[in-house]
Design a protein around this ligand. Structure first.
Ligand SMILES: NC(=O)c1ccc[n+]([C@@H]2O[C@H](COP(=O)([O-])OP(=O)(O)OC[C@H]3O[C@@H](n4cnc5c(N)ncnc54)[C@H](OP(=O)(O)O)[C@@H]3O)[C@@H](O)[C@H]2O)c1
Length: 297
């Protein structure tokens, strides 16, 4: 500990979740958030992880870095699996050796999307693509290596930082009057800033109690659901009110927008387990979308 706060060591440097945690951590009186990324910590070289993490002297580890290029992973499954699977397991092994909790980010893409309602944590997993399989390998490795873990499955992450759908839509609308967006995939748009708030709350709970009900897999997304086309429409409506870029949204099926990786048609996640055990619920996706668009304009 330094300055009385616990050290929350987060993997990655420029990613959406790590940047959001650094921002939220600036005003946090319980955790000093420290980012640990390349070159000190390179997940593609799992043997490099131990020294980097131990030198960082964590009280809590947040495993937020990942191979996140969903389409590219189809051609690079081995590289994705080393980073998302093997390295995740290594991080959890070190967390267990240091006797500190590890909070790991996972994804809605562990599901195949065929369920007609929101997925709960115990639903069967069946990833459709290489990215989902690599993230599932990470979930399994974390659970095996560290009993003191929380795996947070989140989805459709956007923020003022890095690359994401919301920023892409605003950029495309600078040069176009209309944009075609897929309307037959539904999920939960989630602000990385809200994820950061949730992680800080969960970390407090883990440090305060070793109760098993606080550990395991939890779904954590923005409240409410949307299709990608709904999400784009909302982004442009908010932007137009602020005098920012606007485009009409053309609603198209996935079949009209071919990409290498198949996505689940329904990846909505039921987040009640998180509310019931950690007292954490993220805001409505529309409220947080407006906040992020406002910041970007
Ligand atoms: N984005 C989504 O829509 C989404 C949806 C569901 C779940 N998730 C999960 O949520 C977590 C956070 O996602 P995000 O959107 O914040 O990711 P992101 O913005 O794509 O950032 C990825 C992060 O991983 C780091 N990274 C990649 N390869 C690395 C390596 N070999 N060694 C060390 N660091 C490496 C990057 O490093 P640099 O800082 O050097 O760039 C960056 O900090 C991930 O676990 C992801 O799988 C994301």
């Amino acid at each position: 500990m330094t300055d009385g706060r616990r050290r929350m060591v987060v993997t990655g440097q420029h990613g959406q979740v790590v940047q959001s945690l650094l921002e939220r951590g600036r005003d946090d009186d319980r955790f000093n958030v420290v980012a640990l990324g390349r070159p000190e910590l390179d997940l593609s070289v799992p043997d490099s992880i131990e020294a980097a993490l131990k030198n960082a002297r964590p009280d809590v580890i947040v495993s937020a870095a990942a191979y996140t290029a969903v389409d590219q992973a189809e051609a690079e499954e081995e590289a994705a699996t080393v980073i998302n699977g093997v390295a995740a397991g290594k991080i959890a092994t070190i967390a267990a050796e240091l006797n500190v909790p590890v909070i790991h980010l996972s994804t809605d893409y562990v599901f195949d999307g065929s369920k007609r309602a929101a997925y709960v944590e115990t639903d069967p997993v069946a990833p459709l693509g290489a990215y989902g399989r690599s993230k599932l390998a990470g979930e399994i490795a974390i659970a095996e290596a560290a009993p003191n873990h929380v795996i947070l499955r989140t989805a459709w992450v956007y923020s003022p930082f890095g690359k994401n759908f919301l920023k892409t839509m605003l950029r495309l609308a600078e040069g176009r009057d209309s944009i075609n967006v897929v309307d037959d995939q539904v999920g939960n748009p989630t602000s990385a800033l809200d994820i950061a708030d949730g992680i800080l709350r969960i970390a407090i709970n883990l440090v305060a109690s070793d109760h098993p009900r606080l550990r395991g897999i939890f779904h954590m997304t923005g409240s409410g659901w949307a299709s990608w086309a709904d999400f784009a429409t909302e982004i442009f409506q908010v932007s137009a009110v602020q005098g920012g870029p606007f485009a009409e949204v053309g609603r198209i099926p996935s079949s009209a927008y071919p990409v290498p990786a198949r996505r689940p048609a329904n990846s909505c996640l039921d987040c009640r387990k998180l509310l019931e055990n950690h007292d954490v619920v993220l805001p409505d996706w529309q409220t947080s979308t407006a906040q992020v668009v406002d910041r970007l304009l």
